[in-house]
Design a protein around this ligand. Sequence first.
Ligand code: IMP
Length: 189
Amino acid sequence: MEKVVLASNNAGKLREFREILEGLFEIVSLRDLGLEADPEETGGSFAENARIKAEYSCRLSGLPALADDSGLEVDALGGAPGIYSARYAPGTDADRVAKLLRDMENMEDRTARFVSAVALVYPDGRQVTARGTCEGVITRQPQGEGGFGYDPIFLPDGYDQTFGLLSAETKNSISHRGRAVRALREKLR
Ligand code: IMP
């Protein structure tokens, strides 16, 4: 099985990539390789940032590198926090969830989507990219302890439980990241 380094130290993302790509790639983290990488995400889009992270980790490790840049776009906030989702508030995931709920306190329109751009970069310069989205609404209270990030306040369309309550298998089957990775797999065929 081909070994691929995941250009992230986010434990939630690492777990999901391992689940989604089981049997196809052996996913190792930068930490597994004893490497530290935190390239500046200077891109203006999810796709650009995914490429920046994958290129950096590929150069550093000499291995094919897979990166995901992802986030939550809230329509009533003009698409925020978007590419700034990880930095929306200092502190923990719970702090960022609390800030988003405060910012949306009086908002009736709660439609939103998760977006994931993935990039796979090979040492010979080859690049394959794909994107996935998942539509839903932002709840008024956090529900569930599963997943990571904004999962407890994201209710995907067609489901009556948040990503924080749905099983990992169900989340991966409809999530932005699951869709992006399946699109990437199609392109690799
Ligand atoms: P990145 O590591 O710069 O791509 O930051 C992505 C951020 O978006 C994460 O830190 C989360 O806050 C949020 N995010 C991305 N994907 C998910 C997800 O599947 N569930 C919950 N939050 C997510």
